[in-house]
Design a protein around this ligand. Structure first.
Ligand code: SF4
Ligand code: SF4
Length: 495
């Protein structure tokens, strides 16, 4: 057993209000500069919808992630030979149209306009050409389902629904959506790392954060293809690729990443998971429908003395094991089985997990919560947002995985209604708990972690990284310089 530590995350989708504060916090900190205008290391998209870059989930178009070839796993863009053959022509790369042409406004025309009869306006201008432009796309253009007949209808998860299901989904009185915030998943079997011909992308040993060494990067952009989530970006400013760094400098100072710190809905949880690195390949080879469970399985119990001993042998620091024991991510993913990986069928073993949204699923037929308790299963069968759609997002198509999560979320709701409103009987609560296979105590803990926690409980940053790096003979400052964050240059524009 090779025990490793991974700083992992959970996003609770019922709590996301789609305010984009996270995206702006990240943009201001890391990508507010030349060459990075179109980049959103953190983006929030509306689902159903085609996302950013558009149709990123469609791997027939982008060829990201892994596929099974007989007994082996192979990158969809091809093995090493395949990637090298594509370095001068790679048709699977997203183009600027797939992202959007970055724009700003001529604010000076607004603020310095001379007095006159007409209302001054700030015209949009392209940040690529500097010329006036018509804005036709943006990072969440289909926000809150605007233009859903164009965007939501083309969502790959919607396309796989039956005609009848699609018709129901888009019936105006049943229209439904939720927000999906996305950052790099800091995957265990990262497609970006495997596809880089220069060996510039690596997974940091102490916490599993995936980084691009800016000195080694040659700008081949194979990582952009290799990542099925499209979370590496090419900078025309530096001629290098870059990506979310999970705010490792902030974490090294004991702070939460900026998007976590600023999250208005408090949907974000961060903590350490221990896992068995020897099982990465066998888990990634599982069938689509088994992947979510297999990924959960490979997460190890940080309280088990045998695991602790194995972790020590693998060089995991004591403080990191203690952080893993307090990890809210461990609770959500492993203990409660409430959080699922996004598109596990891409086989990169993403380490960002989502609690699927309950509210869009439940609001049907004017049923009150009381009815829910009576009609526990049929509620899910008649869900407003088809379970099949959610299973295609979070469980490789395995509807049972998603239903198991919803049963627990509904049981929590029924129990809270019993406590706060009192119109649901104790017997009904007991029935719901036994159907969902959760105890009252677990329900209470889930409720607390979802609603009442402090930032210290939600975000447990391990106290290891910087001092451990020093002990291991690494110079953290030099490491940062190597990453290119200390000495940024403004080379010639390349697009
Ligand atoms: S999400 Fe993409 S960029 Fe991030 S580690 Fe996974 S494959 Fe790499
Ligand atoms: S800041 Fe939080 S609530 Fe707002 S969009 Fe981002 S993840 Fe959602």
């Amino acid at each position: 057993m090779d025990v490793r530590a991974q700083v992992s995350t959970v996003f609770h989708l019922d709590k996301c209000i789609g305010c984009h504060t996270c995206s702006i916090a990240c943009k201001n900190l890391w990508t507010d500069r030349r060459g990075a205008e179109y980049m959103w290391w953190n983006n929030v998209e509306t689902k159903p919808g085609t996302g950013y870059p558009t149709l990123w989930e469609d791997q027939k178009k982008y060829r990201g992630g892994w596929e099974k070839k007989g007994e082996q796993l192979q990158l969809k863009i091809g093995g090493r030979g395949g990637t090298l053959g594509k370095i001068f022509h790679n048709p699977a790369l997203p183009t600027m149209d797939d992202y959007y042409e970055p724009f700003t406004y001529r604010y000076d025309e607004l603020t310095n306009a001379p007095a006159g009869d007409d209302q001054p306006t700030a015209r949009p201008v392209s940040m690529v050409s500097g010329k006036p432009m018509k804005i036709e796309a943006g990072p969440n253009w289909d926000d809150d389902l605007s233009g859903s007949n164009i965007y939501a209808a083309n969502d790959p998860g919607v396309v796989q629904l039956s005609e009848e299901e699609q018709k129901q989904l888009f019936a105006i009185e049943r229209m439904v959506f939720f927000h999906l915030p996305r950052i790099c998943n800091h995957c265990l079997n990262a497609g970006c790392v495997a596809s880089c011909p220069s060996g510039a992308i690596y997974k940091r040993g102490e916490d599993g954060v995936v980084l691009v060494n800016q000195d080694k990067c040659r700008g081949w952009r194979m990582c952009v293809s290799g990542c099925p989530y499209k979370k590496t970006y090419y900078s025309w400013g530096t001629g290098k690729s870059e990506k979310c760094i999970l705010c490792f400098p902030r974490q090294e100072a004991g702070e939460a990443p900026a998007c976590f710190h600023s999250c208005v809905g408090r949907i974000r949880y961060l903590g350490v998971l221990l896992y068995d690195a020897d099982r990465i390949e066998s888990v990634a080879m599982k069938d689509d429908a088994e992947l979510a469970a297999a990924q959960r399985e490979m997460i190890l119990d940080p309280f088990d003395p045998e695991i602790i001993e194995a972790a020590h042998k693998s060089g995991v620091a004591e403080e990191v094991i203690e952080a893993a024991q307090k990890s809210p991510v461990y609770k959500f993913v492993k203990q409660w089985g409430l959080a699922l990986p996004l598109h596990p069928e891409f086989r990169t073993l993403p380490m960002l997990f989502y609690v699927p949204p309950l509210l869009p699923v439940l609001s049907i037929h004017n049923q009150g919560t009381t009815k829910l308790a009576d009609d526990f299963f049929s509620t899910l069968e008649k869900a407003r947002l088809p379970i099949k759609y959610l299973a295609s997002l979070f469980a490789g198509g395995n509807e049972d995985e998603v239903k198991a999560v919803y049963r627990k979320l509904i049981a929590v709701r029924i129990q809270r209604r019993n406590v706060t409103v009192g119109d649901i009987s104790d017997e009904e609560v007991a029935k719901a708990c036994s159907t969902a296979q959760v105890s009252n105590e677990v329900n209470e803990a889930i409720y607390r972690m979802t609603s009442l926690t402090s930032i210290k409980e939600r975000i447990v940053v391990p106290p290891m990284l910087r001092d451990r790096a020093v002990e291991a003979g690494m110079d953290p400052e030099q490491h940062r310089q190597e990453m290119g964050f200390g000495s940024r240059q403004e080379p010639k524009r390349r697009w």
